[in-house]
Design a protein around this ligand. Structure first.
Ligand code: DGY
Length: 418
């Protein structure tokens, strides 16, 4: 174990609230959906029972309609806004009203491989995961491309991808509000007020109709097909299929989703720039933005020959990749959250895909730069791609987990081959 391994463990233990892990104290004091799955991957390197509990607690917040929320407000913390009353979630645990990238099935499969004694726990998750994936397909699917109803659903909150759809939204009926995020993190590393007004407008729309998805699909001004969702769900369905086969569950429906999303992912291919990007269903337009999510096609097992040229071009521009936005496009800001900084856990997903697609050299190089980035900048939420300086929250759960499970020299390295 290295010193950094010990620090990473201490961060996970320090962020542990008993059955769930907060991304970082203060800024994000609740259980976040995909953060929590990464947390489990960190825990499994030294405490398998705690790893399983993390995902069990996450699934305990599943709504009757199958949705697994992006935030579970297990106990109210005044350091965070917008809290449970603003969201008005309708599930068994106070929650937000949207979901997040469904990476859970993929990493539950990995957990089950690492800890065969947890087979019964994995088996019990197949039904809930299937219900959650069906929710995506029913409410977010557009001919197999998976949409989001809020930028927060993708995790890539203020990506330049949302600039055009957001410009078309006029903030309406907002009560005065006080942001808490900028009391924890420098303002120039966070989304702007302009973005927040629109985030909250969309939250209010959902809140006011009790998160009626049929209604929202009709009236929401924001419906964008997104590579984060489409590619993580496609991969998650492949891994759910493997779990269903292992435990003798129904597979036909899952096979149908895989075929449909494989076809639907073509909607995200922007031939003009030769890259995957988002597609705004309301405006009928691609964003033209190359983000780090554009490189998740390998993770999804889609068209392994695509995106390599952009990957190599961007790797040649900055010492620490993969930046969350292309430095050669307008909108790039190297310190502002999802408009440029590098996210260690995105690098892990991209590298997993690269390895599965047979691009081993690139996968190893990305692991090496991620290792050196964390060694330089510490366990920050995200990093400046120019010099690996830390940005956003500190002592961050998913960065610590990504270190333990993948980037540390002592990590087991890549799990199963897809
Ligand atoms: C926030 O509050 O900034 C989160 O990203 C929402 O999920």
């Amino acid at each position: 174990m290295t010193d950094l391994d010990a620090t990473a463990r201490r961060i996970l233990q320090g962020n542990d609230r008993g059955g769930y892990t907060v991304p970082t104290a203060g800024l994000y004091p609740y259980q976040w959906n995909w953060d929590s799955v990464f947390a489990a991957m960190g825990f499994v390197t030294f405490d398998t029972d705690r790893a399983w509990r993390e995902v069990e607690t996450l699934l305990s917040g599943q709504w009757p309609n199958g949705m697994v929320p992006h935030i579970l407000f297990h106990k109210v913390e005044p350091t965070y806004f917008p809290g449970p009353d603003v969201w008005g979630g309708v599930g068994p645990v106070p929650s937000s009203g949207i979901s997040q990238p469904p990476i859970a099935a993929t990493f539950i499969r990995y957990l089950a491989d690492l800890d065969p004694s947890g087979a019964d726990r994995a088996k019990a998750m197949v039904g809930p995961l299937t219900d959650w994936h069906r929710w995506f397909f029913d409410w977010r699917g557009e001919d197999g491309a998976i949409c989001v109803s809020h930028p927060w659903e993708t995790g890539r909150d203020n990506s330049p991808d949302w600039d055009a759809p957001f410009a078309a939204i006029e903030p309406a009926n907002l009560d005065a509000y006080y942001r808490r995020d900028t009391t924890h993190v420098a303002e120039d590393e966070r989304p702007r007020r302009w973005d927040y007004d629109r985030y909250l407008t969309l939250v209010k729309l959902g809140h006011d109709c009790g998160w009626d998805e049929a209604h929202l699909r009709e009236v929401s001004p924001f419906r964008v097909a997104d590579p984060t969702m489409t590619f993580t769900l496609l991969r998650a369905n492949r891994d759910l299929l493997a779990l269903a086969q292992r435990f003798g569950a129904e597979t036909a429906e899952i096979e149908g989703w895989i075929a449909a999303i494989e076809a639907g992912s073509e909607r995200l291919w922007n031939a003009e720039i030769g890259a995957y990007d988002t597609f705004d269903m309301r405006a009928g337009k691609h964003s033209g933005v190359i983000s780090n999510a554009s490189f998740l096609n390998w993770y999804a097992g889609v068209r392994p020959e695509r995106m390599l040229d952009h990957f190599d071009r961007i790797a040649g521009l900055l010492p620490y990749g993969v930046p969350s936005a292309d430095p050669q496009q307008p909108g790039f800001e190297p310190k502002r959250y999802w408009r440029g900084p590098v996210w260690a856990m995105m690098n892990w997903l991209i590298a997993l895909g690269l390895r599965d697609a047979g691009h081993d050299g690139r996968a190893t190089a990305l692991c090496d730069t991620t290792r050196s980035m964390i060694s330089t900048g510490g366990f920050a939420e995200y990093f400046d791609p120019r010099d690996a300086s830390p940005a956003g929250g500190r002592d961050f759960t998913w960065t610590a987990a990504t270190w333990l499970a993948w980037a540390s020299p002592t990590a087991k390295g890549f799990p199963w081959q897809a």
